[in-house]
Design a protein around this ligand. Structure first.
Ligand SMILES: CC(C)(COP(=O)(O)OP(=O)(O)OC[C@H]1O[C@@H](n2cnc3c(N)ncnc32)[C@H](O)[C@@H]1OP(=O)(O)O)[C@@H](O)C(=O)NCCC(=O)NCCS
Length: 171
């Protein structure tokens, strides 16, 4: 604890650094709430329930939910490669954004990269129009390392690939 506090949607005092949040494996019973957050965050471009199921069922993908006061307030899906981890999806309930939750999740991911023998970096692909997410990854020490045109089936947006290398230590 010790982060600055403000009042959350339930009226409870919330820490601003994720320190009052918990993190656990996503289970199928979480899907309704996870899909609700996904739709609130991505609207017409949200993953379908099938996309979510396929992602968490993949052998190399881990899914976790962020809980606060017993409520799911966010989630993250991460794919594990030999030399890196890729954040496939990361979303926080709009009512709980800008309270340090996603940064807390990303710091956990960095720790996992740093403690692994071969993995060296953490990546995430962000839609061209998703300026808020781009600013978020920059604030977490990521840099845009490449762009892909026509990267998504449902949009003309380019994909911006953000990377954090463990050798840069986030600088
Ligand atoms: C991107 C997202 C995950 C960030 O979650 P969050 O919990 O609100 O992020 P944090 O509170 O940890 O933000 C840490 C820092 O990132 C930056 N940041 C985060 N969101 C930002 C935004 N919308 N605009 C500008 N900067 C932002 C800020 O520097 C922030 O620090 P500050 O609040 O002290 O200024 C959240 O906005 C979200 O769910 N967006 C919709 C889904 C999405 O785009 N996911 C990412 C692609 S997979």
């Amino acid at each position: 604890m010790g982060g600055a506090m403000k009042t959350g949607p339930t009226g409870a005092a919330l820490a601003m650094d994720g320190s009052d949040a918990t993190f656990r494996w996503m289970i199928r019973a979480d899907f309704d709430r996870v899909m609700e957050i996904e739709r609130q965050c991505f609207g017409e471009f949200a993953w379908s329930r099938e996309d979510l199921f396929n992602a968490v069922s993949a052998e190399d993908v881990t899914g976790h939910v962020i809980e606060r006061g017993g409520d799911i307030v966010g989630f993250v899906l991460v794919a594990m490669g030999e030399y890196h981890r890729t954040i496939l999806n990361l979303a926080v309930d709009p009512l709980c954004q800008r309270q340090g939750l996603a940064r807390w999740v990303v710091e956990r991911e960095k720790d996992k990269v740093q403690s692994h023998v071969r993995r060296r970096y953490l990546e995430a692909a962000v839609w061209e129009r998703n300026v808020g997410a781009q600013q978020f990854f920059r604030a977490c020490g990521f840099r845009c390392v490449r762009t892909f045109e026509n990267a998504w089936e449902c949009s003309d947006d380019a994909a911006y690939v953000f990377r954090w290398n463990q050798s840069q230590g986030g600088e």
